[in-house]
Write a protein that binds this ligand. Structure first.
Ligand code: ADP
Length: 603
């Protein structure tokens, strides 16, 4: 479950549950209270209406008794009776018909009906009236009230009174219009009815028959005090109904109000509770979203930043600027990321430094190995060269001497003299090579003497000064830096340096720069470096250039012995000669020579 859902659930539970419980309790309580108070008022109204009905019936019977009691019924003829009956008929406005009957139910005079004219009423109406007259009851009890019926929309009952001292009964059709009127007033928007002992509606704001529940209520009320309860109506709607018995008569007044109406305040409570619950729900949703966004947004950013750190990307841009716990957490995270970045940079620096040292060490090792191999190889070649030079030297001297003698006997301009001269030139060339071979092979390690190294270097440069100037080569020297001396043979050192300088000059036919530097190495050695800006040496040839007779120079311009001789001279002085070059970018020859021990001074 996400954090946002949890916040929403918690807020919902805290906000909605108490509200819903309070709403449902207050609805139930107010409904019960309303049922009690409205029911009580309704029952009181029903009781009052019941008393009104009783008064109406009592008044009607009393008025009828008085009016008919005064009439001299015994002495009158049938037609006179009819006229006399018209008097109470006109006096009593609730009487719709009047008849005089004997104990057998026979009419003693034409009934008074309709517009005050005896015998002119609707026969069907008269018939219905007479059919409802409670004759037997009246004969037994003196006064009787019949069941209700309707005519022309008017609710009517027939009442019967025994005529005092006579075996006759006065029957009157009484209109319940007044009661109906009162019921309508009582009902207002609701329902009020008067029902008889059988549950039939006598008069009311409606003539809808009673439902079973309403009949039960009526029966319960008939037995005693007014009663109020919620009942189901005939059409299924629920009513808050109250019933009150009309004493003596056996009728009941039933007042009913739809429960929706009766409990309207309770429904209002429920409606407003639901409304506030909806408002609370909305507030909870908004609050929940705002709260969770305030938390989940930064958490999202933080987890992205953590993932970024995990990937090794330390330039974390965490845009959370807040003064609360999350803001402080973000600050701490930024500090941590900064520390990590610094440490990572440090480790990288160490790594790079370590790598550089390893590379440097490897390079130096390789150079040393190359140096050793080269020294061994050249030493072997040196022995071979010494042997060959020794063996060739004597015959060559003899050949040269004999050729010189031969040429002396010939005319200088003869063809033989020219041939002899050519043979002599080649012999001299061979003698030179043999001499180079000997120089290469016969370098001995000797003590020699101490001398400042810059001196033979300057001498070598002076030797080539003319050629350097001619080839437009700029010479840059820095020979003053070293004050230390070296030991050995300065003439041989000059030769070694001269060979290097000569190669540099030949590598720069179009001119360039020759840089010669002399420096101290930790006070123990002297480092002479000679750099040119010439054609450079391809990597594949770099190790072979010190071999005897290796040359790339065409047309006999080189014999290939220069660097071999330089190498053996330097080696004889306990030194080292190295080359650094890149094709097309010039070459640098470095000669290391041991520094001579300083002279001891005795005090
Ligand atoms: P030589 O000069 O007679 O050829 P060296 O032994 O002096 O013999 O040189 C051997 C080879 O080394 C040269 O032929 C040339 O190819 C190469 N070499 C020496 N010095 C340089 C330099 N400064 N620039 C380019 N190549 C060089």
């Amino acid at each position: 479950m996400s954090f946002r859902t949890r916040i929403l659930c918690a807020l919902g539970a805290v906000g909605l549950v108490p509200l819903s419980l309070a709403a449902s309790f207050s609805f139930a309580a107010s409904k019960t209270e309303l049922e009690r108070t409205v029911g009580r008022a309704q029952a009181a109204a029903a009781a009052e209406a019941a008393r009104g009905c009783e008064r109406f019936i009592a008044r009607a019977l009393e008025s009828l008794r008085i009016s008919t009691g005064m009439l001299p019924l015994r002495e009158l003829t049938r037609d006179e009776l009819a006229k006399v009956l018209g008097i109470p008929y006109r006096q009593l406005d609730f009487v719709r018909a009047l008849a005089l009957l004997d104990y057998d139910g026979a009419l003693l005079a034409p009934p008074v009906v309709g517009p005050f004219i005896s015998g002119t009423g609707d026969p069907a109406h008269v018939q219905r009236f007479l059919a409802h007259v409670p004759l037997r009851l009246a004969i037994d009890a003196g006064t009787a009230i019949g069941s209700a019926y309707r005519d022309d929309g008017e609710s009517l009952i027939a009442v019967a009174l025994q005529v005092r001292g006579e075996r006759s009964v006065v029957a009157a059709e009484v209109s319940l219009g007044e009661i109906e009127q009162r019921m309508r007033q009582l009902a207002g928007e609701d329902v009020a009815r008067v029902v008889d002992g059988l549950g039939e509606v006598l008069a009311g704001s409606t003539t809808t028959p009673l439902s079973a529940a309403e009949r039960d209520l009526v029966a319960a009320a008939a037995a005693g005090r007014p009663i109020s309860r919620v009942v189901a109506g005939a059409n299924g709607t629920r009513w808050l109904a109250s019933a009150a018995a009309v004493p003596q008569i056996g009728w009941t007044v039933l007042v009913a109000q739809p429960t929706d109406e009766a409990f309207r305040p309770a429904h209002h409570v429920r409606f407003y509770s639901a409304l506030w619950a909806a408002v609370a729900l909305l507030l909870i949703a908004v609050l929940g979203v705002v709260l969770s966004r305030g938390l989940t947004g930064p958490m999202e950013k933080l987890s992205q930043a953590v993932a970024q750190l995990g990937d090794g990307r330390y330039d974390v841009d965490l845009d959370i600027e807040r003064g609360d716990e999350i803001g402080r957490f973000a600050d701490a995270f930024r500090r941590m990321a900064g520390d990590l970045r610094r440490r990572d940079d440090e480790i990288r620096r160490w790594n790079a430094e370590l790598q550089a040292r390893v590379d440097q060490g490897t390079r130096e090792l390789r150079t040393a190995q190359d140096q050793i191999l080269r020294t061994r190889r050249l030493a072997a070649l040196g022995s071979l060269g010494a042997g060959i030079a020794h063996e060739l030297n004597n015959p060559l001297t003899a050949v040269t001497g004999l050729l010189t003698l031969l040429r002396l006997d010939l005319q200088p301009d003869s063809p033989q003299a020219a041939t002899i001269q050519q043979a002599l030139d080649q012999s001299f060339r061979m003698a030179k090579i043999v001499s180079e071979l000997r120089a290469f092979a016969e370098q001995e390690r000797g003590e020699g003497r101490t001398f400042p190294l810059d001196r033979p270097v300057r001498a070598a440069l002076d030797h080539y000064a003319g050629q350097l100037a001619k080839q437009n080569i700029r010479v840059v020297t820095d020979l003053a830096a070293s004050s230390r001396q070296t030991q050995g043979d300065p003439a041989r050192i000059q030769r070694a340096v001269a060979n290097v300088v000569e190669n540099a000059i030949q590598a720069m036919p179009q001119g360039g720069e020759l840089k010669v530097e002399l420096t101290d190495v930790d006070g123990e050695a002297l480092k002479l470096s000679i750099s040119d800006t010439g054609e450079g040496i391809p990597a594949a040839l770099r190790e072979r250039i010190f071999d005897p007779f290796f040359t790339t120079k065409k047309n006999g311009a080189g014999v290939g012995m220069g660097l071999s001789v330089s190498h053996s001279i330097v080696e004889a002085h306990h030194g080292r000669i190295l080359v650094e070059s890149e094709e097309g970018k010039g070459a640098t020859f470095i000669i290391f020579l041991p520094a001579a021990a300083p002279a001891a001074h005795l005090a």
